[in-house]
Design a protein around this ligand. Structure first.
Ligand SMILES: [Zn+2]
Length: 110
């Protein structure tokens, strides 16, 4: 499949720029595509700042995660070879379903 035809988002590579206690941005090349809000609550600001920083890391990884999920489904399709799985409570099918749901969420289809 053609990645660029599927993607409606700004193409990667996305980078998380900023510091734990400061401004946090998601950059796609030279373009700022998101600002990552802090979650400081006045109770445990250090932990909340670290949480906000981790959120930025997760955002920045999104295009890579989406591509990896799509690849997982392609590999599962190849493994199955067009046959239908008959394994009861199959962990592979459960994983495939979860990955498919994650892709649908990323594509705004859920
Ligand atoms: Zn299965």
């Amino acid at each position: 499949m053609n990645e660029t035809k599927q993607a409606k988002h700004t193409p990667g590579d996305w980078k998380h720029v900023g510091e734990s206690g400061g401004c946090r941005y998601i950059m796609a090349g030279d373009v700022q595509i998101a600002w990552v809000n802090g979650t400081e609550d006045g109770i445990d600001n250090e932990a909340r700042a670290a949480e906000g920083y981790a959120n930025g890391d997760l955002f920045a990884a999104a295009p890579d995660l989406l591509a990896a999920c799509r690849r997982v489904l392609e590999i599962y399709d190849d493994i199955r070879g067009g046959t239908k799985c008959v394994v009861l409570d199959c962990p592979q099918c459960a994983t495939e379903k979860a990955v498919g749901a994650a892709i649908a969420k990323a594509e705004g289809k859920s």
